[in-house]
Design a protein around this ligand. Sequence first.
Ligand SMILES: [Cu+2]
Length: 299
Amino acid sequence: MSSERSQVRSNRRLRWAAIPLAATLVAVLAGCTQAQLRGYLPGEPGITNHTDRIAGLWTTSWIVLLVVGLITWGLVLWVAAVYRRRKGQTGLPVQLRYNMPIEILYTVIPLILVVGFFAFTARDQTAIEQPEADADVTVEVYAKRWAWDFNYLNEGPNGDGVYYQGMQAQETDESPYIDYDQLPVLYLPVGANVEIVLESRDVVHSFWVVDFLYKKDTVPGKSNHMYFVPEKEGEYMGKCAEFCGEYHSLMLFKVKVVSQAEYDDYIQSLVDAGQTGTRGAEYNTNSNLPGTKPLDSGE
Ligand SMILES: [Cu+2]
């Protein structure tokens, strides 16, 4: 075969490969909605000081993975089409055993990807988990089957704290089958450095405010922490994200991010209701922590 003919053929191949790539690029770049740009994550940009970072990690990871996917799918289709069995061909094609460059390629590229994902995840996680030394607001959250208690530490007349005890979601007969007005509510002032101390009264639960794009387990006998700045006023749904028993699905709550004045009013309303102090570990119902004597131990 003359080199000219093979040149023509490889040009034609390139053109065939370019069409789906170009079509995909056009489809991707034209008319991206805000939701698509955020990789269909819930919420909107800037709800906390961490959400944009999390959305960035998510969408960038997807873009990298889709590029890898497109190249892989493209190569699979390309070899299937170009190296298909032609009319009149018999026997096996030339059998290749080793191809060092290819093997190095498919070892090194995944390695770069894995190390890259790890590095960016570690970078973002370190930033998100960075403890806030002087939090403006510290709320101790007690998860319990199947609701939430909130201790607003350092608030109230003597700084002894004020508390709110939530009850599990109340079911109703009509859609949406939940009385959202009775859900436990966590109030947070907008723009404040918030520290959440996560505790459990019984089993492992998980504190998840959906639009904050972050969740963390509450573990009996262990304190976990979350640090963030809520940056947009609004009402956000929260739920337990760790299957914890029969009414796990009713373990809902709301977070209201409000102005400092509204927050102060709310704290005052708890003080006025006599809910000063905290509802701490003395209300725990777990009985199987390490060091807890079994009921029938006879000791
Ligand atoms: Cu739970």
